[in-house]
Ligand binder design. Structure first.
Ligand SMILES: [Zn+2]
Length: 267
């Protein structure tokens, strides 16, 4: 995590010196300031811990939070990472909370990096809707994805992408798009998923009576893979953060809550 408490104040790892006693704002346990030449400055829990703030955080996730905060600050928004948002469902920590220059609107940016299931992402989204803070779920453009990406007109395409449950959910919520943040380049990509088709080769054989049989020769939808098309890269100043109204929707697999959600549009 990028923030901690020190003598009753919330402090940022980037601007904190080694020495003072720091504690986790959530579990109140002591945390260690880690500063090095390569990794971003951050605070770490002392193992073992079961604190939710410590769970599964990666260097890429921290870098994505910094990249988003900096990008929106440069555009004139107020933006902070790891902000606790009070909602009717209890405290929820936004990865990045963005506030319009005139203070009229706030948005939560959630960079999802660990596998979470449909009920968890639905409950978190509902909490933001209840708090009247529209939320935008974003993925991280990983090194693996960059390696798998083929250039195409206006962006890149990943032909065999194993879609995760939260991605299915978030792209459905956001009207079939899912934005990805590249923490290294500090850019954003607009993702869209389409079916990945597999070609079943045509084969012909003869039965014992000499009757010709054949099978295959058609395409079928892969259950495992999707094709992920990424448009970009975009700098934050090429984008506008707004809100969209979505109607509640449900299928046998998952439900989407109704309410105002955040949306990024290309200028
Ligand atoms: Zn903690």
């Amino acid at each position: 995590m990028l923030t901690a408490d020190c003598n009753g104040l919330r402090v940022d790892a980037a601007t904190s010196p080694k020495g003072p006693a720091y504690s986790c704002p959530s579990c109140r346990q002591p945390v260690t300031l880690r500063k090095g030449a390569i990794k971003l400055a951050h605070f770490a829990h002392k193992p073992p811990t079961d604190c939710t703030w410590a769970k599964g955080e990666t260097a890429a996730h921290r870098a994505a939070k910094v990249a988003l905060r900096d990008a929106f600050r440069m555009m004139g928004y107020a933006a902070d990472y790891e902000v606790e948002v009070l909602s009717i469902r209890g405290d929820r920590r936004a990865d990045v909370l963005v506030t319009a220059p005139d203070g009229s609107q706030q948005w939560a940016l959630e960079v999802q990096h660990t596998p979470i299931l449909f009920p968890a992402i639905e409950a978190r989204t509902q909490a933001y809707i209840a708090a009247q803070i529209p939320v935008l779920w974003l993925g991280i453009l990983t090194e693996k994805m960059k390696a798998d990406a083929e250039p195409t007109a206006g962006g890149v395409v990943i032909r065999q992408y194993t879609i995760r449950p939260w991605e299915k959910w978030a792209q459905a919520l956001a009207f079939k798009e899912l934005w990805f943040v590249d923490p290294e380049e500090e850019t954003l990509w607009r993702g869209g998923f389409t079916d990945h088709m597999l070609y079943v080769e045509s084969t012909t054989w003869y039965e014992s009576g000499g009757v010709e049989q054949s099978a295959g020769g058609y395409s079928r939808r892969s259950a495992r893979w999707r094709t992920l098309t990424l448009r970009g890269p975009y700098m934050a100043h090429q984008l506008t953060l707004g809100t969209k109204w979505r109607k509640p929707w449900s299928s046998s697999v998952f439900s989407l809550p109704g309410g105002r959600i955040a949306s990024l549009t290309i200028d």
